[in-house]
Design a protein around this ligand. Structure first.
Ligand code: GLN
Length: 361
């Protein structure tokens, strides 16, 4: 076929670009094709531990960033805390520094909350109801809801995460809470509990999230009572975890949905990859592009200073250090994760030529 004939065919046929603005190309694909999986392994344990120690040592003396204070109880976190943990898909675990120091999970809960709701409702239903595109705006942006013609954001910003909470199975707020906490605990491999001081502090200063939930309800994009959904979401953000817990949770997403420590399945492999897709798109809010550019891995940050990063087929990494950049992402966490991604060969986007060109030729 000549180029001209090809162009005529494309332009006059049913695939004319932009002919149906509401259409999404992937909706017409079956989506159930068997996906082949190809991943490498983490280096040996000694190398991993050496690199984790190096990352900790290298950034211990970085004191940039500010501890979050818009939730009063978070402002009390000592800025010097710094922990790193890694859990491989074979269940090997390592940690350094404050890797077992408890802190509240905050926004790092969002991908796991999304995974549980995605598993329960199916990936198409959650995309239709929550959206999966980046907002390019801060995590608590009200404008993001207003400027999206369809009121959709994504499950990793507050609006989408509160909407995801509202979709959790259960007739009452308490049933939704129990469903989610039970699932999150399976991700962590232990029963997670709330930090009551942080919940009280968040509840007392939660006007913005409450307003956002009501706005979403106005757009028909909240699927339960807005105040109750916001309260369940707030309690989820106040669950206590450690960097080791986050690494285990990340390792479960790296391991096709099976927790490599407990060996229990939490979600399906398809749910894992949908979750990792939204983490790549929006895990570090408006700086997600910078993160992908530097680190090349799906991740999620939270305002208490945690970051979970997933190396699919290899393992989960977590860092904890409270001082944040302007977008709400831990400064030392970003630096340490970049070092780990590079030194352990985790970046999803790197390749090496199949055959090195012959230097002589
Ligand atoms: N609980 C916090 C909030 O809703 C979580 C935000 C975050 O970690 N980015 O504001």
């Amino acid at each position: 076929m000549t180029d001209e004939a090809l162009e005529t065919k494309v332009r006059s046929g049913g695939v004319r670009p932009g002919s149906n603005p509401g259409m999404r190309a992937h909706d017409s694909t079956p989506g159930d094709t068997k996906t082949e999986v190809s991943t490498g392994d983490l280096p040996d344990l000694e190398t991993v531990q050496g690199v984790v120690a190096l990352a900790h040592r290298t950034y211990l003396d970085v004191h940039d960033g500010q501890v979050a204070d818009y939730i009063p109880a978070l402002a009390e976190a000592p800025p010097d805390l710094f922990g790193i943990a890694i859990v491989g898909v074979r269940g090997r675990a390592g940690g350094i520094g404050d890797s077992t120091h408890p802190f509240t999970i905050q926004s790092v809960v969002k991908p796991f909350l999304f995974a549980l709701v995605c598993e329960a409702l199916g990936h198409r239903a959650v995309r239709e109801r929550l959206g999966v595109n980046a907002t390019g705006l801060p995590f608590d942006s009200v404008m993001a809801v207003e400027i999206a013609a369809d009121g959709l954001t994504n499950p990793l910003v507050n609006s989408g995460a509160i909407a995801a909470t509202s979709l959790a199975p259960g007739e009452t707020a308490e049933q939704k809470w129990e469903f989610l906490v039970e699932g999150l605990s399976r991700f962590a491999g232990r029963a997670l509990e709330v930090d009551q001081v942080v919940v009280d502090s968040e509840r007392a200063t939660n006007g913005r999230n409450e307003a956002m939930a009501r706005l979403m309800a106005g757009h028909g994009r909240l699927y339960f009572d807005p105040d109750e959904a916001t309260d369940v979401y707030t309690r989820l953000c106040s669950l206590k975890v450690t960097a080791v817990d986050l690494a285990t949770m990340g390792a479960t997403l790296a391991d096709g949905g099976v927790n490599p420590v407990t060996l229990r399945r939490v979600v399906s492999p398809d749910t894992c990859r949908r979750t990792l897709a939204v983490m790549l798109t929006a895990g570090l809010y408006e700086l997600s592009g910078d993160w992908l550019y530097e680190i090349g891995l799906p991740a999620k940050s939270g305002v208490s200073g945690g970051i979970v990063t997933v190396a699919p087929g290899k393992g989960g990494l977590a860092t904890f250090s409270p001082p944040l950049d302007a977008a709400g992402n831990s400064v030392r966490g970003q630096l340490a994760t970049k070092l780990l991604s590079e030194a352990l060969g985790l970046d999803l986007l790197v390749s090496r030529p199949f055959e090195e060109p012959d230097p002589a030729g």
